[in-house]
Write a protein that binds this ligand. Structure first.
Ligand code: FPP
Length: 246
């Protein structure tokens, strides 16, 4: 049986989040510059998005650039931004063909102008697509997102738009940049690191975590399928007992 046939289509995770890690190490292993790893990481992004669409995963969220990544050498940051602009521009057609809606979360205002404009242009162009929402986390960190949500919420309380007593988990979540999306049921991290690294801390509360030693540029849709097969073997209890679930 092929990998995709082993997947129960009725129990797909609606939302898969990925920490794409290991581009630098992949390049180093080949005696190349880190940027070479990022360039090849784009091939993995394309194949993974296509795999998600093929399966019917509704939301795919990729950690493309963290707040902390601004501290990398200036040349690498610039190369990553250029790569983002070029990739989004080049892939807009394929996103349209595959029915993928582009979305972005993070402190987008801190991105270079060119990057911000390209992002907004493709987000607008793909906004009616329904097959899958591809969210890029850019200049993103979860603590930034939660702090930003708290700030906006505090303003709304001050303006009388919401009462402090009415702040429920749902109300708070509506101030996060993932508002309207289901929480990821599955989070994948490549390259053998076992950390969350300030990624979707609120949203990953009940997620299954899947770690693979594969470096991101080697990751392909088959690896996504394997992660989902593994996910489907697990029992998600949300704090209940097995008996209660059955
Ligand atoms: C992590 O590897 C990867 C990144 C910080 C960047 C991810 C970017 C891409 C895959 C390319 C552009 C993406 C899109 C969505 C078009 P690392 O550099 O931290 O690797 P290392 O841990 O081996 O140093």
């Amino acid at each position: 049986m092929s990998l995709i046939e082993q997947i129960d289509k009725d129990r797909l995770p609606q939302h898969v989040a990925i920490i794409m890690d290991g581009n630098g190490r992949w390049a180093k292993e080949k005696g190349k510059l880190r940027v070479f790893g990022h360039q090849n990481g784009v091939v993995s992004v394309r194949d993974t998005v296509e795999g998600a669409v093929e399966l019917g995963v509704k939301y795919l969220t990729l950690y493309a650039f963290s707040t902390e990544n601004w501290n990398r050498p200036k040349l690498e940051v610039m190369a990553l931004m250029e790569l983002l602009v070029a990739t989004i521009n080049k892939e807009t057609k394929t996103l349209m063909q595959n029915g993928v809606r582009l979305n972005a979360i993070g402190n987008l205002k801190s991105l270079p102008d060119k990057c911000y404009r390209q992002l907004q242009e493709t987000i607008k162009k793909t906004s009616d697509n329904k097959a899958c929402t591809l969210t890029l986390a850019l200049s993103y960190s979860s603590r930034w997102e939660i702090t930003d949500a708290a700030r906006k919420l505090a303003e709304d309380v001050k303006d009388g738009k919401i009462k402090a007593d009415d702040i429920s988990e749902e109300a708070f979540a509506s101030y996060l940049s993932t508002s309207g999306m289901p929480d990821p049921e599955l989070m994948i991290r490549t390259s053998g690191e076992h950390r969350i690294s300030n990624y979707l801390l609120w949203q990953l509360a009940y997620s299954e975590l899947y770690f693979t030693p594969k470096l991101w540029p080697d990751f392909r849709r088959e690896d996504l399928f394997e992660a989902i097969i593994d996910f489907q073997k697990r029992e998600r209890r949300f704090g209940m007992t097995s008996e209660q679930l059955n």
